[in-house]
Design a binder for this molecule. Sequence first.
Ligand code: SAM
Length: 243
Amino acid sequence: MAQTHFGYETVDEAEKARKVRGVFDSVAKRYDLMNDLMSMGLHRSWKAYTVAVAGVRTGDKVLDIAGGTGDLARAFARKAGSEGTVVHTDINETMLRTGRDRLLDEGLALPTATCDAERLPFATGSFDVVSVAFGLRNMTHKDLALAEMCRVLRPGGRLLVLEFSQVAEPLRKPYDWYSFTLLPLIGKVVAKDAESYRYLAESIRMHPPQAELKAMMKRAGFGHVDVHNLSAGVVALHVGIKC
Ligand SMILES: C[S@@+](CC[C@H](N)C(=O)[O-])C[C@H]1O[C@@H](n2cnc3c(N)ncnc32)[C@H](O)[C@@H]1O
C-alpha cells in the first residue's frame, strides 16, 4: 500500500485514514471550545471573511465539505435562505452528529451526509458554491479531493478552501513555540488529548504553502485561483473559480 504522512510520521494510507478518524472522534466533544481557545476566537473572523467572500445568494446550492460542527454550513444557510440548499457533510460521523445536533438545537435542519471528499456522492455541476474549512489538510489524496470539488461545481461556481498555511517569516519562531509547546498543553488540559493537538501542529507544517496549493487547484481544474492571506498567513483562503 502507498505511504503518506500523518503529521511528521510516514504511515500507509489506510493507517492515515484510521488515525485521522481517531483524532476527530477524540476531539469532537470539545472541538468548538478548543477552536475558540486555540485561535483566541480568531477562527470566527476567518470564517466570517470566508462567508463574505463566498457571496452566497438567496436560492444558491452550497456544499460544505469536512463541515464538522457546522459553523460554515450555518452561516451559508442564512445567506441561501429557504429557497436555497446547504448540504453539511463530513467523513466522520462523530463530528457530523455533533454539528447536526448543534444546528438542530438552533432550529436549523440541513441535509446532512457522511462522505469522503475524495469520492463525493453528488452529480457533476450540482452546486454554486463548495467550501472546505480546515479539512483539506487531513485528506490523503488532496489532488483527488480538489478534482471532486471542481467536478460537483457548476461552470462559474466557486470553491473556498480555508486552511492553515505558511505564516510570514518574522512570526515563524513564536508561532512554532506556540504550536509545539502551548497548543499540546491546552489540548492536554482542556480536551485531555495532547497528541491530537501535536498532530494539528505537524499537519499544518506538512500542508502545501499558499503558492503550491494554488498550483494544485489549477491542476484540479480551476481556471482562476485567488489567495487571501489572513493573520499574516497563519491561515489562507484560496478561492477557485471553475471556468
Ligand atoms: C478541523 S475539522 C474542521 C471542521 C469545520 N469545517 C470547521 O472549520 O470548524 C476537520 C474535519 O475534516 C474532516 N475530514 C478529514 N478527512 C476528510 C475527508 N477525506 N473527507 C471529508 N471530511 C474529512 C474531519 O472528519 C473533520 O471533521
